[in-house]
Ligand binder design. Sequence first.
Ligand code: S3P
Length: 180
Amino acid sequence: MSVKHIALIGFMGAGKTTCGKILAEKLGLDFIDTDDYVEKSEGMSVAELFERHSERYFRDLEAAALRDALAHVEPHVIACGGGIVTLPANVAALQKRALIVSLTMEPEQALARFGDFASRPLLATAKSSDEIFSLMKARDILYKATADFSISTDRRSAVSVVEAIIDHLEETAHACVHED
Ligand code: S3P
C-alpha cells in the first residue's frame, strides 16, 4: 500500500501549473509538469513538437512523461497537460495511482486566461473562439469522468484554489492510498 500522487487536470489556462507548484510547496511534495518534462527531455517546446513532428508524436511523449511521473514511489503533485485525458490508458493509469483534481473555469473566463496562444498549438490553430469553446465542452466531459473531484477556479486566486484543494484532501484523507 502506498500514498497516491495528486494530479491536476483541466483545460489550458485553468491554472494547473501555477496551482500545482503552490500545492506541492504547501504539502512538501515534489512537483512535475508533464509539458515541462516533455520539453526538457526532448529539448524542444510543445509548439515545436507539434509543428516539426505531430500531435500524435507529442501525445506519445506525454503518455511516457505521465508514466514516469506516476512511477515515483514518493507522492508527487503532477500538473497534467490539458489533453492527457484524451488517451484512455492515461486515464486508467491516473485513476490507479493518483487522486485526480479537475480545475474548472467558465468559458467566458477562459479566453482572457490563455495568455500566449503561440505556445499552445491547439489554440493557435483554432479558427474561431467557438472552435475553442467546442473543444472545452468536449474536454469537460472527459475531465468530469476522470476526476475524483472538481474545484472551480473562477474569480479565485491560485492560493485560494489550493486552499480549497487542501480542504477537500483533508476531508477525504482516507482516499489517498492505493493498493499495489
Ligand atoms: C494541450 C494542452 C497543453 C499542451 C498542449 C496540448 C491540450 O498543456 O499539453 O499544447 O491538448 O489541451 P496545458 O494544459 O498545460 O496548457
